[in-house]
Unconditional design. Sequence first.
Length: 108
Amino acid sequence: MAAVKEKAKAKRYIVIPRSNEALKEKFAVANMKRIPFDVPVPLTDMEVRILKEQKEPLQVDEDINVHRIMDEMRITQEQANKIAQARSANRDMGKKIKFVQKYSVVPA
């Protein structure tokens, strides 16, 4: 008997962009397949996994904590206060980039 390939079962999912930047793209891409937003479409398990693994950078402000600076650098509170003031004066200091999921993929 000839071997019959089974197609991977595709369930219907809705892909929702999680940011305005992702929304500007007009569609998501998984396995070279264009997937429209907010419309139920059949997706394989691999395509769902690929969509969930896509990340985008998000810049977040980090709290400047004097006590944490003291613990990390093992310095006095006066020295930590000076460092905290310098960090708060410099707008780029205290910011970090966090990678978040680009799309929400929910069953339809």
